[in-house]
Design a protein around this ligand. Structure first.
Ligand code: NAD
Ligand code: IPM
Ligand code: MN
Length: 352
């Protein structure tokens, strides 16, 4: 008997709608693991409502409790746009990024695969199958900066991108190891022609670590040109390694070309396994469709597959992925379903 402790943070907006569907599918997949494995779920009411009611974003006591879990499933965070009581960044930085940083999720794994049945907006998408290894703990996300003379015409704001050799090397190593097991191609995405200081660290470490992987072909794209290649010829990519901010941007486009943000799953992984890794859809709280059962829960369900795989249950993960593919195939020409109907359908496919 193994009991896996799973922290569940539905969060805000459609996070509250997609997470129950992801849990339905997890429940359907759990018997496939065998060996009496069960999930002991603890739900945390973190997010906009709790903040607005209590002023709490992520109390230390809650963080300490989450640290003792085996994995985390998160929906999305982010309140209603324009709410004067909830300025942008409070939840994003104080909850989501705090979890990623405190739990040292230095690999933000974002696979992009055009599944049969998924509708790419591209006329000729080709066989898209790449994975973005986005650095998760550094870059311009660390809050390294500040503002002076706020609100005056002389206001100055800085947001310094932090890049350490330690931080870059470990994520680059992870990316090479993945490329080695895949199609042996790694693309560094950066903006080394302008962001030259950080660019030097990334280039040097990709060269250095790459020397240990002579059979992995390495290339480089500036992030702006990457927007072209991802639309014109996305099937050329295998593993993409990039910094925190570029990775954020690249993965929304990657989601769009592989059938939409509602399908894009991700993992915030600590490859050293010293902390619980956190799995979540790439999308946000989508206030424009929240509360209407219009959100596609597939990204959250795919995140459960990534979690199962991370926990060592590759067969159960594959069963969830296969169910997603089958469900996508059934969508063509069919009327749109409610969030819960998609979850029911995928859970039923997993259960067989
Ligand atoms: P978003 O991803 O929430 O929405 C972008 C667009 O995609 C919207 O039109 C939305 O309706 C659509 N969309 C998103 N998920 C969908 C789904 N599952 N099914 C169907 N359509 C879907 O991004 P945004 O509008 O830029 O951000 C909204 C809020 O979410 C902000 O507060 C932002 O900070 C936050 N956010 C949080 C996360 C996260 O928690 N990981 C990620 C991105 C944005
Ligand atoms: C994502 C989101 C987050 C990010 C925000 C909400 C902090 O956009 O997970 O892609 O930029 O990483
Ligand atoms: Mn994003």
């Amino acid at each position: 008997m193994t009991s896996i402790k799973l922290a569940v943070i539905p969060g805000d907006g459609i996070g509250q709608e997609v997470v129950p569907e992801a849990l339905k599918v997890l429940d359907a997949a759990t018997p496939l693991i065998g060996g009496g494995v069960t999930f002991e779920k603890t739900s945390y009411d973190l997010g906009a409502e709790r903040y607005l009611a209590t002023g709490e974003v992520l109390p230390d006591s809650v963080l300490d409790e989450i640290r003792t879990q085996d994995a985390i499933l998160l929906g999305a965070v982010g309140g209603k746009p324009g709410d004067p009581n909830l300025p942008p960044g409070i939840l994003e930085r104080g909850l989501l990024l705090k979890l990623r940083f405190e739990l040292d999720h230095y690999v933000n794994l974002r696979p992009s695969k055009l599944f049969p049945g998924a509708a790419s907006p591209l006329a000729n998408p080709g066989d898209i199958d790449f994975v973005v290894v986005r650095e998760g703990t550094e870059g311009p996300y660390t809050g390294n900066g500040g503002s002076i003379r706020v609100g005056t015409p002389a206001e100055v704001a800085t947001e310094v991108s932090l890049n350490t050799a330690f931080g870059v090397e470990r994520v680059v190593r992870d990316a090479f190891a993945r490329a080695q097991k895949r199609r042996k191609k790694l693309t560094l995405v950066h903006k080394t022609n302008v962001i030259v200081n950080a660019g030097k660290i990334w280039t040097r470490l990709v060269d250095q670590v790459g020397a240990e992987y002579p059979d992995v072909a390495v290339d480089y794209q500036h992030v702006d040109a990457m927007m072209i290649h991802l639309v014109v010829n996305p099937s050329q990519f295998d593993v993409i390694v990039t910094d925190n901010l570029f990775g954020d941007i690249v993965t929304d486009l990657a989601a769009a070309v592989t059938g939409g943000i509602g399908l894009a799953a991700s993992g915030n992984v600590n490859p050293d396994r010293t902390t619980p890794s956190m799995f979540e859809p790439v999308h946000g709280s989508a206030p424009d469709i929240a509360g209407q059962q219009k959100a596609d829960p597939t990204a959250a369900i795919g995140s459960v597959a990534l979690m199962l795989d991370h926990l060592g249950y590759a067969d159960a993960a594959a069963a969830v992925d296969a169910a997603i593919v089958k469900d996508l195939e059934s969508r063509q020409g069919a009327p749109a379903r409610r969030t819960s109907e998609v979850g029911d359908a995928i859970a039923a496919l997993v259960a067989g």
